[in-house]
Design a protein around this ligand. Structure first.
Ligand SMILES: [Zn+2]
Length: 399
């Protein structure tokens, strides 16, 4: 026999049921809530009254009599904009903020241009600029006390438990306490939880929950933001490894490669497959300097030149190398789906063709995994940390 619930926990369970229903239904009536939750009308009325007192629910107009089939009924809705969560994206060429309400609806997505070039700025300055902009966005929406959690995506090797970035060669960062810097910039009084993730993992979290990988229990995501990373979902769980740093495919060794990598070693996969690596290769082969545009990913720039045979060929070669590296991961995890994310989405078509060719060549049985671009585009990493912040906000309030 199950444990008998006390009246307090029963009330709590019923309240959760009503809140859950309110979150999903949109504006609804008390009788409709009673029907959908199976609770007594009086119970629903009592719970809704308390939720309204607490600011969690509010009235949202009147449902006309013809639709309710009787008397006009008062609509109630979940007050999603009573608080917010924020996502901060610290990419190599781009820093952005996404502010979302408690239903996860994006309220603002804003690019932030702190002083100087995006890459290789001191971390303190960059974080201060982002948090300053976040405070400005929140000032119009009830202030900092409305902020319930912050998620930060960093293009680099992140240690989620400590909230620090261990290494981000393309940002010029080593052992940067990102969560600490964000908390300090927000101010110690606020005590807003801060969650930090590597951009590849953050992107896969978003693609798996609401993008290209919905309903796929086993997925490999390949990410590029002037460097290369990967992330794996296995049996619907993100593979994190012992310290949360799983997925550093870009820094695996490619046999015979010699070029020095941003991580300090030589011959990493990234030195052959990142946008800047491919550009360097094309420039070496043609003796011509390709255009650079701050804030635009190198792969996106290469896509503009993809009609040139030298560009197409070098991109395809990089795709073949990357595809072989991805085959190391797919051999272990046997996913049905490989998602290309970050700047790989904007890359010339030859990149995906190269990846697919390598995977097909290395597949032993059952055929290679399907290779698709991420459905959330370049927003995946930012969206992923918003979803993590939302999880944390709900954990702490249960509402
Ligand atoms: Zn490396």
């Amino acid at each position: 026999m199950g444990r008998i619930q006390g009246s307090g926990s029963l009330r709590e369970a019923n309240t959760r049921l009503v809140v859950e229903q309110l979150r999903h239904s949109g504006p609804t009536t008390r009788p409709a809530l009673a029907r959908s939750t199976g609770l007594a009308k009086q119970t629903v009325s009592t719970i809704v009254a308390r939720l309204m007192t607490d600011g969690i629910a509010r009235e949202a107009g009147i449902q006309p009599a013809e639709r309710s089939g009787g008397r006009p009924a008062v609509l109630v809705e979940y007050a999603a904009d009573r608080a917010y969560v924020a996502g901060l994206e610290i990419g190599v060429g781009r820093t952005r903020i996404m502010l979302a309400d408690l239903l996860g609806n994006a309220v603002v997505v804003q690019e932030v241009h702190p002083e100087g070039r995006s890459a290789r700025r001191p971390a303190e300055k960059l974080v201060a600029g982002l948090v300053g902009e976040l405070e400005r966005l929140l000032a119009e929406r009830g202030g900092l006390e409305r902020l319930h959690a912050v998620g930060v995506s960093v293009t680099g090797l992140v240690h989620p438990a400590s909230g620090s970035c261990v290494l981000a060669p393309n940002l010029g960062w080593r052992d940067v306490p990102v969560a600490g810097l964000v908390s300090a910039a927000i101010g110690s009084d606020a005590q807003v939880p801060v969650i930090v993730r590597g951009a590849a993992q953050a992107s896969l979290i978003a693609e798996h929950r609401e993008g290209a990988a919905v309903g796929e229990p086993d997925v490999v995501l390949v990410f590029e933001d002037e460097g290369v990373g990967a992330a794996v979902v296995e049996a619907d769980h993100l593979v994190e490894g012992v310290d949360g740093t799983a997925g550093e495919l870009g820094h695996c060794a490619w046999p015979g490669a010699e070029r020095r990598c941003g991580c300090g070693r030589r011959g990493c996969v990234e030195t052959l497959t990142s946008g800047p690596a491919v550009r360097r290769e094309i420039e070496a082969r043609t003796g011509r300097r390709l255009p650079r545009r701050p804030g635009t990913p190198t792969y996106a720039l290469l896509a503009e030149q993809a009609d040139e045979p030298a560009v197409a060929e070098a991109v395809r070669d990089a795709g073949r190398v990357l595809g072989t590296a991805v085959s190391w991961v797919t051999a272990i995890t046997a996913p049905r789906l490989v998602v290309l994310s970050g700047s790989l989405i904007a890359a010339p078509d030859q990149l995906r063709a190269g990846i697919v060719a390598s995977l097909r060549q290395r597949a032993l049985h059952g055929g290679p995994a399907r290779v698709v671009p991420g459905a959330l585009g370049a927003d995946a990493a930012l969206r992923g940390v918003v979803l993590l912040a939302l999880d944390r906000a709900r954990e702490s309030t249960a509402r």
